[in-house]
Write a protein of this length. Sequence first.
Length: 326
Amino acid sequence: MIIVRSPLRISLGGGGTDLASYYRDHGGFLIAAAIDKYVYVSIIKPFQPGIYLKYSEIEHVEEVDQVKHRIIREALKLFRSEAGQIEITTLADIPAGTGLGSSGSFTTALLRGLHAQARSIIHPRELAEQACHVEIDLLKEPIGKQDQYIAAFGGITCFTFHRDGTVDAQPLALQEDTRNMLSDNILIFFTGYARSASDILRDQDNRTRQNDSSMVDNLHFVKDIGLRSKAALERGDLSTFGKLLHEHWEHKRRRSSGMSSSQIDHWYNLGIEAGALGGKLIGAGGGGFLMFYADEKQRLRHVMREAGLSEVRFHMDFEGTKVLVQ
Protein backbone atom coordinates (compact mmCIF):
# COMPACT_ATOMS: atom_id res chain seq x y z
CA MET A 1 0.00 0.00 0.00
CA ILE A 2 1.10 3.54 -0.79
CA ILE A 3 -0.24 6.42 1.29
CA VAL A 4 0.50 10.03 0.36
CA ARG A 5 -0.52 13.20 2.13
CA SER A 6 -0.56 16.69 0.63
CA PRO A 7 -1.10 19.88 2.66
CA LEU A 8 -3.84 22.43 2.23
CA ARG A 9 -2.86 26.08 2.20
CA ILE A 10 -3.64 29.65 3.19
CA SER A 11 -2.69 32.68 1.08
CA LEU A 12 -0.82 35.52 2.75
CA GLY A 13 -0.64 38.07 -0.08
CA GLY A 14 -0.76 38.46 -3.85
CA GLY A 15 -3.42 35.82 -4.51
CA GLY A 16 -4.95 35.90 -7.99
CA THR A 17 -1.76 36.90 -9.79
CA ASP A 18 -0.92 33.23 -10.42
CA LEU A 19 -3.39 32.91 -13.31
CA ALA A 20 -1.76 32.81 -16.74
CA SER A 21 -4.10 35.52 -18.04
CA TYR A 22 -2.30 37.90 -15.67
CA TYR A 23 1.27 36.63 -15.27
CA ARG A 24 1.81 36.03 -19.02
CA ASP A 25 1.68 39.82 -19.50
CA HIS A 26 2.67 41.24 -16.13
CA GLY A 27 4.37 38.56 -14.03
CA GLY A 28 2.82 37.41 -10.77
CA PHE A 29 3.86 37.16 -7.15
CA LEU A 30 2.27 35.72 -4.03
CA ILE A 31 3.03 34.26 -0.63
CA ALA A 32 1.36 31.02 0.45
CA ALA A 33 1.66 28.87 3.55
CA ALA A 34 1.03 25.13 3.77
CA ILE A 35 -0.88 24.02 6.86
CA ASP A 36 -1.17 20.73 8.72
CA LYS A 37 -4.57 19.88 7.27
CA TYR A 38 -4.21 17.31 4.53
CA VAL A 39 -5.61 15.45 1.57
CA TYR A 40 -4.70 11.75 1.70
CA VAL A 41 -4.48 9.37 -1.23
CA SER A 42 -3.92 5.63 -0.85
CA ILE A 43 -3.06 3.31 -3.75
CA ILE A 44 -3.00 -0.47 -3.76
CA LYS A 45 -2.98 -3.20 -6.38
CA PRO A 46 -6.20 -5.19 -5.85
CA PHE A 47 -6.53 -8.93 -6.45
CA GLN A 48 -8.79 -8.43 -9.47
CA PRO A 49 -8.09 -6.45 -12.67
CA GLY A 50 -9.86 -3.13 -13.08
CA ILE A 51 -9.89 0.41 -11.71
CA TYR A 52 -11.46 0.79 -8.27
CA LEU A 53 -12.03 4.32 -6.95
CA LYS A 54 -13.34 5.43 -3.57
CA TYR A 55 -13.93 9.14 -2.99
CA SER A 56 -17.30 10.85 -2.44
CA GLU A 57 -18.50 8.26 -4.96
CA ILE A 58 -17.44 4.69 -5.71
CA GLU A 59 -16.37 3.65 -9.19
CA HIS A 60 -15.38 0.30 -10.66
CA VAL A 61 -14.51 0.42 -14.34
CA GLU A 62 -12.31 -1.55 -16.69
CA GLU A 63 -10.72 1.22 -18.77
CA VAL A 64 -9.20 4.61 -17.93
CA ASP A 65 -11.48 6.44 -20.36
CA GLN A 66 -14.51 5.17 -18.41
CA VAL A 67 -13.46 6.92 -15.18
CA LYS A 68 -15.91 9.67 -14.23
CA HIS A 69 -13.60 11.55 -11.83
CA ARG A 70 -11.93 14.02 -14.18
CA ILE A 71 -8.65 14.50 -12.31
CA ILE A 72 -8.16 10.79 -11.66
CA ARG A 73 -8.95 9.97 -15.28
CA GLU A 74 -6.39 12.41 -16.69
CA ALA A 75 -3.75 11.41 -14.13
CA LEU A 76 -4.18 7.71 -14.91
CA LYS A 77 -3.75 8.45 -18.62
CA LEU A 78 -0.21 9.53 -17.73
CA PHE A 79 0.38 6.17 -16.00
CA ARG A 80 -1.40 3.69 -18.24
CA SER A 81 1.00 0.91 -17.31
CA GLU A 82 -0.24 1.19 -13.70
CA ALA A 83 -3.91 1.66 -14.56
CA GLY A 84 -4.90 -1.86 -15.50
CA GLN A 85 -5.20 -3.04 -11.90
CA ILE A 86 -5.37 -0.28 -9.30
CA GLU A 87 -7.44 0.89 -6.35
CA ILE A 88 -7.36 4.54 -5.29
CA THR A 89 -8.96 5.91 -2.13
CA THR A 90 -8.98 9.55 -1.06
CA LEU A 91 -9.79 11.25 2.23
CA ALA A 92 -9.40 14.82 3.48
CA ASP A 93 -9.24 16.61 6.81
CA ILE A 94 -11.40 19.46 5.43
CA PRO A 95 -14.08 19.27 2.71
CA ALA A 96 -13.52 20.53 -0.82
CA GLY A 97 -14.90 23.91 -1.83
CA THR A 98 -13.72 25.74 1.27
CA GLY A 99 -10.94 27.85 -0.26
CA LEU A 100 -7.91 25.95 1.04
CA GLY A 101 -6.74 24.62 -2.32
CA SER A 102 -7.99 21.06 -1.93
CA SER A 103 -8.18 20.32 -5.65
CA GLY A 104 -4.52 21.19 -6.20
CA SER A 105 -3.54 19.25 -3.09
CA PHE A 106 -5.49 16.22 -4.27
CA THR A 107 -3.95 16.31 -7.75
CA THR A 108 -0.47 16.65 -6.29
CA ALA A 109 -1.00 13.78 -3.83
CA LEU A 110 -2.46 11.54 -6.52
CA LEU A 111 0.42 12.10 -8.93
CA ARG A 112 2.99 11.61 -6.17
CA GLY A 113 1.32 8.32 -5.31
CA LEU A 114 1.27 7.18 -8.93
CA HIS A 115 4.97 8.00 -9.26
CA ALA A 116 5.64 5.93 -6.13
CA GLN A 117 3.60 3.08 -7.59
CA ALA A 118 5.68 3.29 -10.78
CA ARG A 119 8.92 3.48 -8.74
CA SER A 120 9.82 6.84 -10.25
CA ILE A 121 11.37 9.80 -8.41
CA ILE A 122 9.99 13.30 -8.94
CA HIS A 123 11.19 16.67 -7.64
CA PRO A 124 8.61 18.99 -6.01
CA ARG A 125 8.94 21.44 -8.91
CA GLU A 126 8.24 18.72 -11.49
CA LEU A 127 5.37 17.42 -9.37
CA ALA A 128 3.80 20.89 -9.18
CA GLU A 129 4.15 21.40 -12.93
CA GLN A 130 2.64 18.01 -13.69
CA ALA A 131 -0.32 18.79 -11.42
CA CYS A 132 -0.74 22.14 -13.18
CA HIS A 133 -0.61 20.34 -16.53
CA VAL A 134 -3.45 18.03 -15.49
CA GLU A 135 -5.73 20.72 -14.08
CA ILE A 136 -4.93 23.71 -16.32
CA ASP A 137 -3.77 22.26 -19.66
CA LEU A 138 -5.78 19.05 -19.85
CA LEU A 139 -8.92 19.91 -17.89
CA LYS A 140 -8.95 23.61 -18.85
CA GLU A 141 -9.77 24.74 -15.32
CA PRO A 142 -9.65 28.56 -14.94
CA ILE A 143 -7.22 28.38 -12.03
CA GLY A 144 -3.73 29.48 -11.12
CA LYS A 145 -0.61 27.59 -10.09
CA GLN A 146 -0.51 28.51 -6.41
CA ASP A 147 -2.26 25.46 -4.98
CA GLN A 148 -0.18 22.85 -6.77
CA TYR A 149 3.11 24.58 -5.98
CA ILE A 150 2.53 25.20 -2.27
CA ALA A 151 1.20 21.63 -1.88
CA ALA A 152 4.35 20.24 -3.49
CA PHE A 153 6.86 22.49 -1.68
CA GLY A 154 5.19 23.14 1.67
CA GLY A 155 6.45 25.80 4.08
CA ILE A 156 5.80 29.54 3.93
CA THR A 157 6.89 30.22 0.39
CA CYS A 158 7.15 33.11 -2.04
CA PHE A 159 6.27 32.25 -5.64
CA THR A 160 7.20 34.40 -8.62
CA PHE A 161 5.28 33.59 -11.80
CA HIS A 162 7.24 34.61 -14.87
CA ARG A 163 5.83 35.62 -18.23
CA ASP A 164 7.25 32.48 -19.85
CA GLY A 165 5.28 30.26 -17.45
CA THR A 166 8.20 29.28 -15.22
CA VAL A 167 7.86 29.63 -11.46
CA ASP A 168 10.46 30.51 -8.85
CA ALA A 169 9.86 29.18 -5.32
CA GLN A 170 11.72 30.77 -2.43
CA PRO A 171 11.10 30.20 1.29
CA LEU A 172 10.05 33.39 3.07
CA ALA A 173 13.09 34.53 5.10
CA LEU A 174 11.54 34.70 8.56
CA GLN A 175 13.21 34.86 11.94
CA GLU A 176 12.12 31.95 14.14
CA ASP A 177 10.20 34.15 16.59
CA THR A 178 8.41 35.88 13.71
CA ARG A 179 7.46 32.53 12.19
CA ASN A 180 6.11 31.28 15.51
CA MET A 181 4.14 34.46 16.18
CA LEU A 182 2.72 34.43 12.65
CA SER A 183 1.51 30.86 13.08
CA ASP A 184 0.02 31.66 16.50
CA ASN A 185 -1.76 34.85 15.45
CA ILE A 186 -3.45 33.70 12.24
CA LEU A 187 -6.88 32.25 12.95
CA ILE A 188 -9.29 30.70 10.47
CA PHE A 189 -13.05 30.26 10.90
CA PHE A 190 -15.39 28.23 8.71
CA THR A 191 -18.28 30.30 7.34
CA GLY A 192 -20.43 27.23 6.73
CA TYR A 193 -20.47 27.91 3.00
CA ALA A 194 -18.75 25.57 0.56
CA ARG A 195 -18.63 26.69 -3.06
CA SER A 196 -16.97 26.11 -6.39
CA ALA A 197 -14.35 28.74 -7.22
CA SER A 198 -14.69 28.18 -10.97
CA ASP A 199 -17.25 30.88 -11.75
CA ILE A 200 -15.40 33.61 -9.84
CA LEU A 201 -12.04 32.61 -11.30
CA ARG A 202 -13.46 32.27 -14.80
CA ASP A 203 -14.82 35.83 -14.57
CA GLN A 204 -11.41 37.09 -13.41
CA ASP A 205 -9.65 35.12 -16.13
CA ASN A 206 -11.94 36.36 -18.91
CA ARG A 207 -11.79 40.00 -17.83
CA THR A 208 -8.01 39.89 -17.52
CA ARG A 209 -7.69 38.35 -21.00
CA GLN A 210 -9.89 41.16 -22.32
CA ASN A 211 -7.54 43.66 -20.64
CA ASP A 212 -10.33 45.01 -18.43
CA SER A 213 -8.55 47.94 -16.80
CA SER A 214 -10.36 47.67 -13.46
CA MET A 215 -9.46 43.99 -13.10
CA VAL A 216 -5.85 44.39 -14.25
CA ASP A 217 -5.29 47.41 -12.02
CA ASN A 218 -6.81 45.50 -9.10
CA LEU A 219 -4.39 42.62 -9.64
CA HIS A 220 -1.46 45.04 -9.98
CA PHE A 221 -2.37 46.45 -6.58
CA VAL A 222 -2.80 43.02 -4.99
CA LYS A 223 0.60 41.92 -6.33
CA ASP A 224 2.13 45.04 -4.79
CA ILE A 225 0.47 44.16 -1.47
CA GLY A 226 2.06 40.72 -1.73
CA LEU A 227 5.50 42.29 -2.17
CA ARG A 228 4.89 44.71 0.71
CA SER A 229 3.70 41.82 2.87
CA LYS A 230 6.92 39.95 2.12
CA ALA A 231 8.99 42.96 3.20
CA ALA A 232 6.94 43.45 6.39
CA LEU A 233 7.16 39.79 7.39
CA GLU A 234 10.87 39.53 6.71
CA ARG A 235 11.59 42.52 8.95
CA GLY A 236 9.31 41.08 11.64
CA ASP A 237 6.66 43.82 11.35
CA LEU A 238 3.56 41.68 11.91
CA SER A 239 1.31 44.65 12.70
CA THR A 240 1.91 46.05 9.23
CA PHE A 241 1.29 42.60 7.75
CA GLY A 242 -2.07 42.43 9.54
CA LYS A 243 -3.08 45.83 8.18
CA LEU A 244 -2.00 44.78 4.69
CA LEU A 245 -4.34 41.78 4.95
CA HIS A 246 -7.20 44.22 5.48
CA GLU A 247 -6.07 46.32 2.52
CA HIS A 248 -5.80 43.14 0.45
CA TRP A 249 -9.36 42.13 1.30
CA GLU A 250 -10.77 45.57 0.48
CA HIS A 251 -9.32 45.26 -3.04
CA LYS A 252 -9.99 41.57 -3.50
CA ARG A 253 -13.71 41.92 -2.78
CA ARG A 254 -14.00 44.48 -5.59
CA ARG A 255 -13.04 41.92 -8.23
CA SER A 256 -16.43 40.25 -8.36
CA SER A 257 -19.93 40.69 -6.92
CA GLY A 258 -19.72 37.03 -5.88
CA MET A 259 -16.54 37.56 -3.85
CA SER A 260 -18.38 38.39 -0.64
CA SER A 261 -21.94 38.74 0.73
CA SER A 262 -23.72 40.80 3.34
CA GLN A 263 -23.34 37.93 5.81
CA ILE A 264 -19.62 37.52 5.18
CA ASP A 265 -19.13 41.29 5.41
CA HIS A 266 -20.97 41.23 8.76
CA TRP A 267 -18.71 38.48 10.13
CA TYR A 268 -15.63 40.25 8.82
CA ASN A 269 -16.63 43.52 10.50
CA LEU A 270 -17.28 41.66 13.76
CA GLY A 271 -13.74 40.30 13.58
CA ILE A 272 -12.21 43.74 13.03
CA GLU A 273 -14.30 45.19 15.87
CA ALA A 274 -13.04 42.33 18.07
CA GLY A 275 -9.45 43.43 17.59
CA ALA A 276 -8.24 41.70 14.42
CA LEU A 277 -5.80 43.88 12.50
CA GLY A 278 -6.95 42.46 9.19
CA GLY A 279 -8.26 39.43 7.41
CA LYS A 280 -9.85 38.06 4.28
CA LEU A 281 -11.69 35.15 2.79
CA ILE A 282 -9.22 32.46 1.80
CA GLY A 283 -9.39 31.33 -1.81
CA ALA A 284 -11.42 32.73 -4.68
CA GLY A 285 -14.23 34.02 -2.46
CA GLY A 286 -17.91 33.42 -1.93
CA GLY A 287 -17.52 31.21 1.14
CA GLY A 288 -15.11 28.84 2.81
CA PHE A 289 -12.84 30.19 5.55
CA LEU A 290 -12.42 33.65 7.01
CA MET A 291 -8.83 34.29 8.06
CA PHE A 292 -7.82 36.96 10.57
CA TYR A 293 -4.54 38.21 11.99
CA ALA A 294 -4.91 39.21 15.64
CA ASP A 295 -2.45 39.90 18.46
CA GLU A 296 -5.21 39.46 21.05
CA LYS A 297 -7.03 36.28 20.13
CA GLN A 298 -9.33 35.53 23.07
CA ARG A 299 -11.95 38.18 22.26
CA LEU A 300 -11.87 37.36 18.54
CA ARG A 301 -12.46 33.67 19.26
CA HIS A 302 -15.34 34.52 21.60
CA VAL A 303 -17.03 36.87 19.11
CA MET A 304 -16.71 34.43 16.21
CA ARG A 305 -18.01 31.57 18.34
CA GLU A 306 -20.99 33.69 19.40
CA ALA A 307 -21.63 34.45 15.71
CA GLY A 308 -21.80 30.70 15.00
CA LEU A 309 -18.45 30.24 13.22
CA SER A 310 -16.22 27.28 14.02
CA GLU A 311 -12.48 27.79 14.35
CA VAL A 312 -10.09 25.29 12.80
CA ARG A 313 -6.75 25.38 14.61
CA PHE A 314 -3.61 24.55 12.66
CA HIS A 315 0.17 24.69 12.46
CA MET A 316 2.33 25.30 9.42
CA ASP A 317 3.48 22.34 7.35
CA PHE A 318 7.11 22.40 6.20
CA GLU A 319 7.27 19.03 4.42
CA GLY A 320 4.97 19.45 1.43
CA THR A 321 3.54 16.45 -0.40
CA LYS A 322 4.96 13.36 1.24
CA VAL A 323 4.79 9.58 0.88
CA LEU A 324 3.88 8.23 4.33
CA VAL A 325 3.75 4.52 3.50
CA GLN A 326 5.33 2.69 0.59
